[in-house]
Design a protein around this ligand. Structure first.
Ligand code: NDP
Length: 247
């Protein structure tokens, strides 16, 4: 039996890209899923697709920048399934721009979704996981959590923060049998680059993604690998690039 069978997994940002692929991957391996994002039509369709193959799956429309909504999501998971085994803190935004363009709203969005959203997710599930004396929190960082490039400064700052938060979480909770995993993808086909409005950057990024981006299920397989390890094995960090991505 898969070590994912019957695990209760919350996935934020499940309405597209890596989150959606992860939901499908884990459903196929027998997980009980709690999906979250803002676009209800997408969540509903994904729920139907997964239910057609038999998996228990519920969803909630939430904005990860609201701690209250994140807490409601965790409460819903507990009410429905009685435990929370895994949180995949996946929701994220990447409106790259040069600093001098002063796209302050985009900076705030990245800080709110990519950093605060991840922290709120941790806060919402940690008491339950400590009580259970088991749990697994998987945070989506990025190659930009390791490397800073022109135009990716603020995004890279948020993804470096995700790695720092994950490492702190690991150290604080190792004694409570709570695993933490950082997943750092390179270019992956999804809707992530659609939010970039800096016209000096967009064509180059479009070209990079056209040339090298790998499928979202390349990342969901890595997430499944981390979850399916025996309880005493923690995959703490993975970088997954397209083979042909140089930077
Ligand atoms: P997508 O844009 O396809 O997916 C992002 C998801 O986040 C969507 O489901 C979106 O749902 C959700 N989301 C965004 N803002 C919010 C919010 N405020 N509240 C709730 N949900 C929100 O991109 P990816 O699948 O590529 O991104 C997934 C993660 O992977 C992100 O953290 C991203 O930074 C990271 N990543 C992706 C890479 C790539 O090349 N694709 C590379 C490195 C890291 P909705 O709009 O319905 O709310």
């Amino acid at each position: 039996m898969s070590n994912i069978q019957d695990k209760v997994v919350i996935i934020t940002g499940a309405s597209s890209g890596i989150g959606e692929a992860t939901a499908k991957e884990l459903a196929a391996k027998g997980a009980k899923l709690v999906l979250a994002a803002r676009r209800e039509d997408r969540l509903e369709k994904l729920q139907q697709d997964i239910q057609n193959t038999g998996g228990p799956v519920i969803y909630k429309v939430i904005d990860v920048t609201s701690y209250e909504q994140m807490e409601e999501l965790a409460e819903m998971a507990l009410k429905e399934f009685g435990k929370i085994d895994v949180l995949v803190n996946n929701a994220g935004v990447m409106p790259h721009s040069f600093l001098y363009k002063k796209k302050i709203d985009d900076w705030n969005k990245m800080i709110d979704v990519n950093i605060k959203g991840v922290l709120y997710g941790i806060a919402a599930v940690l008491p339950t996981m400590r009580e259970q004396k088991s749990g697994h929190i998987i945070n989506l960082s990025s190659v930009a959590g390791h490397v800073v490039g022109p135009g990716s400064t603020v995004y890279a700052g948020t993804k470096h923060a995700v790695r720092a938060i994950s490492e702190g979480l690991r150290k604080e909770e190792a004694g409570n049998n709570i695993r933490s995993t950082i997943i750092s993808p390179g270019a992956v086909q999804s809707e992530l680059i659609n939010l970039i409005t800096d016209t000096d950057l967009k064509p180059g990024i479009d070209k990079l993604y056209e040339d090298v981006a790998i499928e979202a299920n390349s990342i969901s397989r890595a997430i499944a690998f981390a979850i399916e390890q025996p309880y005493d094995v923690a995959i703490n960090e993975m970088i997954i690039r397209p083979t042909s991505q140089e930077r």
